[in-house]
Design a protein around this ligand. Structure first.
Ligand SMILES: [Mg+2]
Length: 391
C-alpha cells in the first residue's frame, strides 16, 4: 500500500518522462499538438457524454441506458456541454491572450463567459457572483462555504494549464493552484487542480514518448512529489488508486452488464464519484490508468460510475486525450458535439492557439511572465491579443 509514497521519497522526479530536446518542427511536435487537441476535445466529449445522467446512481444508469456510448438527449440538446467545458475554454482563452497564467485576466473571463444554463455548482456561482461585484480575483473564492471550496470545478477546467506547462512541472503546479484560487481556495481545491493539471502533463509526455514506456508507479509518485503538506489527503487517495488498480480488474470491452455494475459499485464505494476534488480527481486518474489502451472505453466507464458523471468523464477525457492524441477520439463523438459560436470548432481553435503559445515558449521566445516566479502576474505587461482565440 505504501508503494506510492515510499517510491516518491526515493526517486523524486526520476520517473517523470523526459521533455523534448530535439527539433521543434518534427514528429514529436506534431504529436504534442495532437495531445493538446485530444485533451481539450476529450474533456468536452466526456462532459457532453456524462451530463444527461449527472446525479444518477450506478443502478439507475444501468437500468435506463445500459452503457452510455452516445450522446443522450439533454436539457440543452444532445452533445451539448456544461460548466466544465465553458470554464476550461475561459482558462485556455486567458492563457492564450496573456501567454501565461494571469489571475485577474482569468477571473474576468470566468465572469464574462458565465451562462447559468450550463449548470454551475453552488460554490463556483458564489465566487463568480462575488467577482462580478468587484471583489478582487484572489479574495472572491476565500469565503465560499466559509473556508473556500474544495469542489472539483478548478480541477475540471485545469487541462489547458497542464498542457501549456507540461515541460516545467514546478511552474505548472504554481499556475494550477493560482488558477484554482479564483474560485476554489481551500487547500484541497488547490491540490485537486494541481493534481489534475499534473496528470494531464504526464499523460501528454508519456503519450508522446510512446505507450510502451509508460510507468504507472512513476506516474503516481510524480503526482505525490508535487503535493504540499496540507494536500496530503491526495497522497492517501492516490495510494488507494494504486491499491484498486492492483486488486480490481476493470471489465473489458464486451463485458456483461452485471460485471460492469459490480465493478462500478466497488469503484464508487472505494474511490468515490461525487464532486469533492479528493474523490473525483483520483477516480478520474484511476479510470485513465485502468483504461489506458482505450479512450472510448475510459469515457464510457466513467459515465457508468454515476454521481458527478459529466466532470468524471471530462477529467478522464482530458487525460486519455492528452495521452492517446486526437486521433483516438471516435468520429461519431466529434461530429455529434455542439457546434456553433463556441462549440467544437472554437474549442479546437483554442487548443491550436494554446499549442502555438507552448511552441513560443519551447522555441525560446521571451516568456512574458518569467519575472514573476509565482505565476501570479497582473497581466498588465502583455498587450498581445489572442490569435483568434480570445474575446
Ligand atoms: Mg458540469
Amino acid at each position: 500500500m505504501n508503494q506510492v509514497s515510499s517510491k516518491a521519497k526515493n526517486t523524486a522526479g526520476k520517473d517523470a518522462p523526459p521533455t523534448w530536446d530535439g527539433d521543434p518542427v518534427g514528429a514529436v511536435t506534431e504529436r504534442v499538438r495532437s495531445g493538446f487537441l485530444g485533451s481539450m476535445l476529450g474533456s468536452m466529449i466526456g462532459d457532453a457524454l456524462g451530463m444527461p445522467v449527472e446525479g444518477n446512481s450506478v443502478q439507475e444508469i444501468a437500468e435506463r441506458h445500459g452503457e452510455v456510448r452516445d450522446f443522450l438527449q439533454a436539457r440543452l440538446g444532445a452533445g451539448t456541454y456544461t460548466d466544465d467545458t465553458q470554464m476550461m475554454m475561459a482558462v485556455a482563452e486567458s492563457l492564450v491572450a496573456r501567454r501565461c497564467l494571469s489571475g485577474p485576466d482569468m477571473a474576468r473571463r470566468f465572469v464574462e463567459r458565465f451562462e447559468s444554463a450550463r449548470g454551475y455548482g453552488a460554490g463556483t456561482r458564489e465566487a463568480i457572483h462575488r467577482l462580478s461585484r468587484g471583489i478582487p480575483w484572489d479574495q472572491a473564492g476565500k469565503s465560499v462555504f466559509g473556508v473556500g471550496s474544495f469542489g472539483n470545478a478548478s480541477a475540471m477546467r485545469a487541462a489547458p494549464v497542464g498542457l501549456l506547462y507540461h515541460e516545467n512541472l514546478g511552474r505548472l503546479v504554481e499556475a494550477a493552484r493560482t488558477s484554482s484560487q479564483i474560485t476554489h481556495s481551500h487547500p484541497l481545491g488547490l491540490g485537486g487542480a494541481a493534481v489534475q493539471a499534473l496528470s494531464v502533463a504526464l499523460a501528454l509526455r508519456w503519450g508522446v514518448r510512446g505507450p510502451d514506456t509508460f510507468d504507472e508507479a512513476g506516474f503516481l509518485s510524480t503526482l505525490v512529489d508535487h503535493l504540499e503538506p496540507q494536500e496530503s489527503l491526495f497522497q492517501e487517495r492516490l495510494e488507494t488508486v494504486d491499491h484498486v488498480l492492483e486488486r480490481l480488474a476493470p471489465p473489458g470491452e464486451g463485458a456483461d452488464q452485471d460485471e460492469v455494475l459490480e465493478w462500478a459499485q466497488e469503484v464508487g464505494a472505494v474511490l468515490g464519484n461525487d464532486s469533492r476534488s479528493f474523490q473525483s480527481v483520483p477516480t478520474s486518474i484511476y479510470l485513465f490508468l485502468a483504461y489506458r489502451e482505450s479512450l472510448e472505453l475510459a469515457l464510457v466507464r466513467a459515465v457508468s460510475l454515476g454521481g458527478d458523471t459529466d466532470t468524471l468523464a471530462a477529467m478522464t477525457g482530458a487525460l486519455s486525450g492528452a495521452y492517446r492524441g486526437v486521433e483516438a477520439i471516435p468520429e461519431r463523438w466529434i461530429s455529434g458535439l455542439e457546434s456553433g459560436a463556441r462549440g467544437r470548432e472554437y474549442l479546437l481553435g483554442l487548443a491550436d492557439d494554446l499549442f502555438l503559445v507552448w511552441l513560443e515558449h519551447f522555441s525560446g521566445q521571451p516568456d512574458p511572465c518569467a519575472e514573476d516566479e509565482t505565476g501570479q502576474t497582473d497581466g498588465q505587461s502583455t498587450g498581445k491579443s489572442a490569435p483568434g482565440g480570445s474575446g
